[in-house]
Design a protein around this ligand. Sequence first.
Ligand SMILES: Nc1ncnc2c1ncn2[C@@H]1O[C@H](COP(=O)(O)OP(=O)(O)OP(=O)(O)O)[C@@H](O)[C@H]1O
Length: 284
Amino acid sequence: MKKILEVNNLKKELENFRLDKLDFSLEEGCITGFIGTNGSGKTTAIKTILGLYPKDDGKISFFGKDMEKNESFIKNRVGIVLDEGYFYEEMTLKEMKSVIAPAYTDWDESIFLKYIKRFDLNINQKIATLSKGMRMKFAITLALSHHADLLIMDEPTSGLDPLIRNELMEILLNFMEEEGKSVFFSTHITSDLEKVADRLILIDKGRIIFNEGKDELLDRHFLVKGDSRLINEHTRPLFLRLNETAFGFEGITDKRLIVQEQMKDIVFERPSIEQVMLAYVREE
Ligand SMILES: Nc1ncnc2c1ncn2[C@@H]1O[C@H](COP(=O)(O)OP(=O)(O)OP(=O)(O)O)[C@@H](O)[C@H]1O
């Protein structure tokens, strides 16, 4: 499969935080969820990849082209949604659109108007008067209106109600129906990814912890439930994360066969993305 984005050895140092040698690539035709808890480095990684923060080291290429030498070609083909949309507050949506649209060679007014309608936005409303969710919908509309091949979105579902979040997931699935499209989006609402993601990348404290197909990841981890008396010095290390109460234990393991051998009367269930994510996130 074609590589849409390649990030090699990316480093970025902020005052109290460091992105540590990020290495990953995105393949064409995939929706990749970029997950991690608050402050894990998702926004910093996305902004550095997009060149909004200067990188300290590493190489970034989109569509096989070096980011630094092909910025305008790349920006044309990438639809971007950032969590704090960069808009002029005094403008109406229509005026803001007129500023942004000429930057894209493939701007499509009919798509723009289609999403304005679908998201129930008023093009004559001032940006300053939009709610957080409406701002996000406007940013998503702009990103979808220039025939981008790759959508990069930072927390696009934050501030959206469950109904609109669900609609956005449908929109992403529709977007993927056309050949050659890819989506990369960060979120800490991992339930949004259960239905749509093909791959998941977990970042924690500025480092990538896993980068794997969603189904493979969920197929090789198990949520185990049973009596707390089964937990002892031999069984405890079999779990990546373990919660014990007076009533029983719940743990995430990637060693199903050994657990099955050593513990009787337990139940195996398929974990959620959130449960697997939390199993890998180191606590302070
Ligand atoms: N401009 C900046 N200057 C200094 N430190 C920063 C800057 N931006 C972010 N940080 C720090 O970098 C760390 C990672 O923040 P970042 O916003 O990338 O995390 P995140 O995973 O996107 O979190 P969230 O889910 O809360 O949005 C945090 O400790 C944050 O305080």
